[in-house]
Design a protein around this ligand. Structure first.
Ligand SMILES: C[S@@+](CC[C@H](N)C(=O)[O-])C[C@H]1O[C@@H](n2cnc3c(N)ncnc32)[C@H](O)[C@@H]1O
Length: 234
């Protein structure tokens, strides 16, 4: 079996974790803010026994939302600012994105947001059942080659973990510009215990949507957005 065909390692993270050199201000945000805003007890090193997180202690009793792969953090900060009555966790391993998010958090002054600066699978491991009230997956990595499709988020490994932590009736939103990603999402997400509520396109995003950097890039390059809304069964 070639490396491309081999099953993904459970802890392997595909993609860049470091990119362009950080600006001095971004290094300051990372040094001053990241530890305070990062959830404790998520990584294997921090919580080798994989003890479940105390969600009430994180949220203060507010509904918990989750954004997977927040990129530069614009949608995450927008949601935190628009909905001060919720608590939202953003996951992203890419350090340049994390630094961008930290700058936006300072500018917006939001305090209902925390970060897991790593792989969302580590967070899934330590979240209790049925604790997430809404989840966002915006422009997930497309993995265009057919032999890489099983690395996509919309595969049962990721989706069964997501389904376990979502509350019955919770909403799961997926935005993508890749038609084949729409196809796979429509096939796989219902198998994991979600019902499709809505499927829309260009000009018909969610009322509270904030266009992300990847969506802007897709639009510039002539690709169409697709917005899919699912509801966790139960
Ligand atoms: C194409 S980018 C989109 C970023 C942003 N959501 C947007 O719309 O601009 C996908 C992001 O997902 C992140 N990502 C990929 N796999 C992930 C994982 N297992 N856990 C957390 N984030 C992940 C990547 O680092 C990357 O920043």
């Amino acid at each position: 079996m070639s490396e491309d065909q081999a099953a993904p390692e459970r802890r392997n993270f595909y993609g860049r974790v470091h990119g362009k050199t950080l600006r001095a201000s971004q290094k300051t945000y990372l040094a001053e803010d990241l530890e305070r805003l990062s959830l404790a007890g998520v990584t294997v090193a921090d919580n080798p026994a994989r003890v479940s997180l105390d969600v009430a202690a994180i949220t203060g009793g507010r509904p918990l939302w989750l954004e997977v792969g927040f990129g530069g953090g614009e949608h995450l900060v927008h949601m935190a600012a628009r909905y001060p009555g919720i608590a939202i966790i953003g996951c992203e391993p890419f350090v340049n994105g994390i630094a961008m998010l930290l700058g936006k958090i300072r500018a917006a002054g939001v305090d209902n947001l925390c970060i897991h600066p790593g792989d969302v699978r580590d967070l899934f491991d330590v979240l209790p059942d049925a604790c997430v009230a809404k989840a966002f997956l915006n422009y997930p990595d497309p993995w265009p080659k057919a032999r890489h499709h099983r690395r996509r988020f919309v595969t049962q490994g990721y989706l069964s973990a997501l389904a376990r932590v979502m509350q019955p009736g919770a909403e799961f939103r997926v935005a993508t510009d890749i038609p084949d990603y729409v196809r796979q999402t429509l096939e796989e997400v219902p198998q994991a215990g979600f019902d499709l509520l809505a499927q829309t396109g260009r000009g018909a995003a969610w009322d509270d949507w904030l266009s992300t950097r990847y969506e802007q890039k897709a639009l510039r390059e002539g690709r169409d957005p697709h917005y899919l809304t699912f509801r966790r069964q139960g």
